[in-house]
Design a protein around this ligand. Sequence first.
Ligand code: NAD
Ligand code: UDP
Length: 312
Amino acid sequence: MRSIVLGGAGFIGSHLVDRLLERGDEVVAVDNLLTGRRDSAERHRGHPRFTFLDHDICEPLPLQGPAGTVFNLASPASPLDYARLPLETLDVGSRGTRNALELARRTGATLLHASTSEVYGDPLEHPQREDYFGNVNPVGPRACYDEAKRFAEALITSYARVHGLSVRLARIFNTYGPRMRSDDGRVVPAFVSQALRGEDFTVFGDGTQTRSFCYVDDLVAGLLALLERGDARPVNLGNPHEMTLIELAETTRRVVGKGGRIRSVRPLPENDPKQRRPDITRARTLLGWEPKIDLEEGLKPTVAWFRRELGL
Ligand code: NAD
Ligand code: UDP
């Protein structure tokens, strides 16, 4: 079985590559290292079933031969990254996704696409079910990401209808774990790095906004369950345990064993969702999947990773 992972040097992509190699797949990871890590790209250098291709998927993909699955995870994903790369984010969601679809069609593969809870925007329905259409500002600071992901869902669904392609849409909620970049701006890397350095936790807004954090191993298991047992309609993948940012900081401080004050350092960024929790009924019933790893358990290997990363 040959699997092609677009965005294979990214945080989730690199864990997915590990699982696919473990189960015996031949894996081609494609990445231009826009927000990924070179060490992730080179982790499996010399492995007989692994190839890395340094390529921007906004250009047609030079891969031939059959494949079982094209996983499309290529896209800046952190609010800090997509704020500095808005045009690249829109390009990879549109032209990049089109090239991923063409590749899947040419190789006879199923396309599994990494969509996001951001398609729900700052949601007015809570928790979020897949049939909620969302509340997205098309000209706000998050629009480049949210609208690229919404466009990609529309493109993939239309392509599947027109060409009969087999597709999967994973709406991924906040996921964390080892191999995130300490400077990517997302809240788990930020809080864990701050705790390890004994610094204050930088809370945006008053910290009462909520998120639901999924450990990366659970998420990758969800992606593979979606591939095996899913259908063409979107499925939420995430951990339904919702908490405030203040609770996240407190849990991080407990797991790390140190950390400064929990301090509001700036107002809530524009259009920052005030609440987010996946309704995973569809994933439970269709895929038989739910997360198994709670936050304290998942933070332990994450903290160990950042301790090494930061040389602490
Ligand atoms: P990441 O930034 O670590 O990984 C994305 C990878 O895509 C990077 O290696 C980057 O270099 C690569 N990439 C970007 N543009 C590219 C291009 N034009 N050509 C080739 N490669 C390109 O982010 P991640 O957290 O691993 O996210 C992976 C996917 O999952 C993304 O599509 C993201 O939108 C989605 N997602 C992630 C989360 C999360 O919480 N981590 C939540 C929702 C959705
Ligand atoms: N956040 C924070 N401090 C930080 C980074 C983020 O309070 O140092 C907040 C951010 O405003 C948001 C939440 O944490 O409310 C999650 O942010 P993240 O960037 O991880 O992902 P998002 O869910 O917003 O895409």
